[in-house]
Design a binder for this molecule. Structure first.
Ligand SMILES: Cc1cc2nc3c(=O)[nH]c(=O)nc-3n(C[C@H](O)[C@H](O)[C@H](O)COP(=O)(O)OP(=O)(O)OC[C@H]3O[C@@H](n4cnc5c(N)ncnc54)[C@H](O)[C@@H]3O)c2cc1C
Length: 167
């Protein structure tokens, strides 16, 4: 297996195309990570959530990390790590423009709002269905990509699918 650094443009292409990753935040030295959808544009990740743990933790500590990956096979994958800063986009006149921009970008994915609302049903607390639009300002973005080496390619391993999980 050969591993290489991805260019900034390749990183951007991956996060734009996938629009899905793992968002990590931390509170009092305790990390917390959940899968999320997002829309990426111009060094910003736009997301939609309802009021639960990740929003509360990002409010208290806005420094976050997002990991995005595409695994084609054991030998062929790409992974991008973003370090960024959370900013909430509240429902106020000051934020109306940027909140609308976030929504327009998120709307490129069908049912973009559904997962966040379903999460609020599990919580079942008052106010937990409150819509939260947010933006993550990208401060650092790095990518690593793996490809098969010449021997692996020669013996036909390059496109090998991931091994099936044993039940
Ligand atoms: C493919 C996919 C896309 C998603 N996209 C979004 C999105 O765009 N926006 C969004 O708000 N949510 C999304 N979710 C759901 C998200 O992963 C969280 O489950 C949800 O947002 C609730 O997180 P919370 O911090 O508010 O948890 P809370 O409702 O406050 O609950 C906290 C408790 O639930 C547990 N918990 C929360 N989420 C998970 C989880 N995913 N797996 C296991 N335990 C969990 C925590 O460990 C903790 O014990 C997505 C999930 C998937 C699988």
């Amino acid at each position: 297996m050969l591993m290489s650094e991805m260019t900034r443009a390749e990183c951007r292409d991956l996060v734009t195309r996938l629009g899905f990753g793992r968002l990590a935040c931390a509170h009092q030295n305790q990390p917390y990570i959940v899968p999320i959808y997002f829309a990426y544009e111009h060094d910003h990740l736009y997301g939609f959530a309802t009021l639960g743990r990740k929003v509360e933790w990002m409010r208290s500590n806005p420094l976050v990390c997002v990991e995005v990956d595409e695994v084609i096979s054991h030998f062929r994958w790409s992974s991008v790590v973003v370090l960024g800063r959370y900013e909430e986009l509240p429902d106020t006149s000051e934020y109306a423009g940027v909140r609308l921009q976030a929504q327009v970008r998120l709307e490129r994915r069908a049912l973009w709002w559904q997962t966040a609302y379903v999460a609020s049903q599990v919580r079942g607390e008052p106010d937990s269905a409150k819509a939260v639009f947010y933006c993550i300002h990208v401060e650092e973005m790095t990518g690593r990509r793996a490809t098969s080496d010449p021997v692996e390619s020669a013996i036909g391993l390059s496109g090998a699918a991931r091994p099936a999980r044993e039940e």
